[in-house]
Design a protein around this ligand. Structure first.
Ligand code: TXA
Ligand code: MG
Length: 330
């Protein structure tokens, strides 16, 4: 039922791209690699197709989607307002892992925006995503290609684990490079806010947006500005406990807790920090899925030791996966 097309990531076969693009234009569901995670694409302006996508993912309808376009030219029809900084941001970060939230036009169906008056848009950088969007010639709404509340997929096998038989096509372009989802930047309110940290960091954005800030706090009930803020997001099946503090104290405490759990007959997965946050980001979701596949009873994870670059995004995803189970050491 689900067709898998394997392709060379940096030189995708035009005939395979054409088949996937045609499937999208007919209202089909096509998973494809982006530089962040695999997306599950659907024709963004086809409301009935978008509803099928929500059903396939088991995603609540109040969680809006990101619309993917081939280039900045694709933005204009989707938005009703374009602050001047958009062009500077696009010139600097597109194609790439930055999503912009802007006031939407009437062209965008409510199904995509969850009824909000804004729309999230990005131009992905992965050659397969770029080829697919260019061939399809339409805006493509694409959430991460996982079942709701599972970790996002960073390889085609993860997509099939969750969605085999529920979607039409998977373009298998190997592992994604960044490993965590795009930075979501809200430009629709007075002060620009990062709703979800990603590979385009606050420091990078500050060069063009001096007053940009990270959105504080967690989301309340009702339509979410960024439902990624829901704590059940990005979660493995086994409960994850997060350890914070000076690295040596963290390791000591994790070792003690892991020993105690194992002595009690529990299977424990341990996720140690890497000095390089980009490496942690690239491996994070695969590691969480591997623990589930190994049938561990619990996961112990440490925050990245560094603070720059992708550390903020990794810490954010680990905190959400921990859903409040946090041990402060030292
Ligand atoms: O890297 C990515 O962004 C990946 C790839 C496939 O492009 N996509 C992705 O989509 O992570 P998804 O649906 O898993 O996450 C979309 C995020 C959610 O947190 C959602 O709340 C936020 O974008 N979002 C979408 N539309 C929004 C809007 N109008 N206002 C605020 N946040 C919005
Ligand atoms: Mg997602």
């Amino acid at each position: 039922m689900t067709t898998v097309l394997r392709l060379t990531p940096d030189r995708p076969e035009p005939r395979q791209i054409a088949e996937a693009a045609e499937c999208l234009r007919r209202g089909g569901l096509v998973a494809f690699p982006t530089e962040t995670v695999y997306g599950l694409g659907v024709a963004a302006l086809d409301a009935a197709a978008v509803r099928r996508l929500f059903a396939a993912k088991g995603r609540p309808a109040d969680d809006p989607l990101i619309v993917h376009v081939a280039s900045l030219d694709g933005l204009a029809p989707l938005v009703s307002e374009r602050p001047p900084v958009v062009d500077a941001l696009a010139a600097r970060f597109w194609p790439g892992p930055l999503t912009l939230v802007l006031r939407r036009s009437l062209l965008v169906p409510d199904e995509v925006t969850a009824g909000l008056d804004t729309v999230a848009v990005r131009v992905p950088a992965h050659p397969v995503a770029r080829a697919l969007l260019a061939a399809a010639g339409i805006p493509v709404a694409a959430p991460s290609a996982n079942l709701f509340s599972r970790p996002s997929p960073t390889q085609a096998g993860h997509v099939l684990e969750d969605l085999d038989g529920r979607i039409d096509l998977v373009l298998d372009g190997g592992r994604t490079q960044v490993g965590v989802e795009s930075t979501v930047l809200d430009l629709s309110s007075d002060v620009p806010e990062v709703l979800r940290p990603g590979a385009v960091t606050l420091e990078m954005l500050r060069a063009l947006l001096p007053d940009v800030r990270l959105r504080a706090g967690t989301a309340g009930p009702g339509p979410q500005r960024s439902p990624g803020l829901l704590s059940k997001h990005y979660s493995p099946r086994a409960p994850l406990t997060l350890y914070e503090g000076p690295p040596d104290r963290v390791i000591e405490r994790m070792r003690a807790d892991a020993d105690a759990s194992q002595a009690a007959g529990r299977r424990v997965g341990v996720l140690l920090p890497d000095d390089d946050a980009a490496v942690m980001a690239a491996r994070l979701y695969a590691a969480l899925r591997d623990f589930d596949a190994a049938g561990v009873d619990e996961i112990l994870a440490a925050l990245p030791a560094s603070t720059g670059g992708l550390s903020q995004a990794v810490a954010d995803r680990l905190r959400r996966a921990a859903a409040g189970r946090i041990v402060r050491c030292g």
